[in-house]
Design a binder for this molecule. Structure first.
Ligand SMILES: [Zn+2]
Ligand SMILES: [Zn+2]
Ligand SMILES: [Zn+2]
Length: 143
């Protein structure tokens, strides 16, 4: 899928979810598609404002909330800092090294066994993507 197809696909989904496509919403989804890594709200605002300086940061934050409510994007807490955003279709759980901060994106099914166990034993439905699970990375574990 090319970048443009992916953008159209996401905008389609937004429309089907009842959301309007405004130039700023489009600019925000484009910024998220183009972003290399894990953008915070502030990082996304800067990316949108690089092309559309007239857009206020508060407007961008409100659109982030709207898109999240419409199921197009999701936020994740990787640590103590601000949340980061993913497109829902490419969202995944993370593990983070509590010593050096290295972030590892793990497969969607990485917590399946734990999720089944929590469901069976506690009637608890796990959402492993919302917060990162912490531990020690390969380099920090051996000391
Ligand atoms: Zn949250
Ligand atoms: Zn580490
Ligand atoms: Zn990620």
């Amino acid at each position: 899928m090319t970048g443009t197809d992916q953008l159209d696909d996401i905008l389609d989904r937004l429309r089907r979810a009842g959301g309007r496509i405004t130039p700023t919403r489009r600019a925000l989804v484009t910024a998220l598609l183009d972003y290399d890594g894990h953008p915070t709200a502030e990082g996304l605002a800067a990316a949108v404002q690089a092309r559309r300086p007239e857009v206020h940061q508060t407007t961008i934050y409100r659109i982030l909330d709207d898109l999240e409510r419409l199921g197009v994007i999701e936020h994740t807490h990787l640590g103590h800092g601000p949340a980061v955003y993913h497109l829902s279709e490419s969202a995944h759980p993370h593990v983070v090294c509590e010593r050096c901060g290295t972030v590892i994106e793990v497969g969607r099914g990485a917590f399946d066994a734990l999720a089944r166990r929590l469901q069976a034993e506690h009637d608890f439905v796990l959402h492993p993507g919302h917060f990162a699970v912490t531990g020690r990375c390969r380099h920090c574990a051996v000391e």
